[in-house]
Ligand binder design. Sequence first.
Ligand code: NAD
Length: 492
Amino acid sequence: MLPHHIHGQRVIGQSSSQGAVYNPATGQIIHCLPFATSAEIESALESAENAQHDWSRSSLAERSRLMFSFKHLLDKNTDALAELITLEHGKTHADAKASIQRGIEVVEYACGAPNLLKSTYSEGVGRDVDCYGLRQNLGICVGITPFNFPAMIPLWMYPLALICGNAFIHKPSEKDPSTALLLADLLYEAGAPKGLLTVLQGDKTVVDALISHPKVKAVSFVGSTQVAEHIYKTASSHGKRVQAFGSAKNHCLVMDDADLDDAANAILGAAYGSCGQRCMAIPVVLTLSHSCADALVQRLAPAIQALSIGPGNNDKTILGPLNTQESLDRVLHYLDIGVKEGAKLIIDGRKAHFPKEGFFIGASLFDAVTPSMRIYQDEIFGPVLCILRAPDYETAIAWINDHPYGNGAAIFTQSGEIAHDFAARVHIGMVGVNVPIPVPVGYHTFGGWKRSAFGDLGLHGPDGIQFYSQLKTITSRWPRGKNVHGFSLPTH
Ligand code: NAD
């Protein structure tokens, strides 16, 4: 039975409404997960409110020190966190560790709290008048996270929320909730006051209660677009500040002049790493000539067949299982659709060698995919790569720009001119030039465009600080003589 984390400790939930957590490598249920009741939600919010009241008065040095200690403990416990991720998510241990590292980057950024929360000051905007800005806390913030990055995505949220003086309630994915609990243990071991971070287990019911609760001031969501839209609309209509990040279908354009060995190698990892269950995966490759497409297929096909498939805790495994039976069924469904639509299934992942138990499937490669096909339009979220042969560069740009999702895109080329043009013209939030998965570092901002993100501000980096704080601008006058206040707007 997995607990919540309320008021600084693990608390077994009392609800009879429960979820099941699977080990994707065996297909067996390993934990029962009671979802939070209304009473547990209220008690968590009360604890968070009390903690936030004092924490909002803490010094910037105290907040920074908490983050330094947290970072130290995250470094020390990376293996333990990665083991939990592999157990419940399925990805390989090495990949899990890399994702934790990308989360720690944001904790490192948050260690700079005193600098990040500096504001502006203008002396003498009028005679004896100064104007300055303060970045103040919001109160209680909520983060709802997806299954595919159980440590990285929460670590992109709450370190910044906390240094801004807020308390944070994390609702992890019900598919792999254990990592969130260990992260909370570590934050408390680092010295966080009780109630500053809460982990509430649950599904839609718990999410809906949180995003409409009057005590919650801001909501960060990462998950599918369908849910992101619901969160954005509902939480906004309840007066919350909201950022909601959704699904993706990231394109990689390989120009004829690219180093094809390098491009194929990069595409292999970006398409099939984490079994294709990354929001910044590359499930689509565009080429501008048949010779380039053929050369890529020639390199990719044998490399795909050589991928060793197995449990993520086996050192030899490159491709772990999908996270759930539902994800596996979805991949199988789209393989059928692709074949019916007339795409050429060069490598059929159903025929690969993989363990019989668990949610395994091999990597698949479709060629001759066209923009009207559903395997191109929809997010499959599995190890399926589609190659589209565009007639020319302008068409390739138009396809990328017409696609409803706009999370990431990459180009492989040796031409600075083309790379510059591509980066300037694609309607995409994050672009890679000879970089297949352009996830920005922690001190820059992450975020997609179009139906991949709802709300103005991105995750982490400078946008993270802006999202979790509100600006107050003060105009202050300490006159030497008598105040003279007129009826017209002051013009200084
Ligand atoms: P999901 O939308 O099913 O679930 C995400 C979170 O929302 C979970 O905590 C879940 O409990 C909750 N939830 C699910 N249904 C809900 C509902 N109807 N109402 C309220 N809450 C609900 O997503 P997932 O399957 O966990 O994650 C995969 C998806 O997330 C993919 O679409 C992927 O592209 C996307 N993703 C996007 C980014 C990004 O930065 N844009 C990053 C990671 C994952």
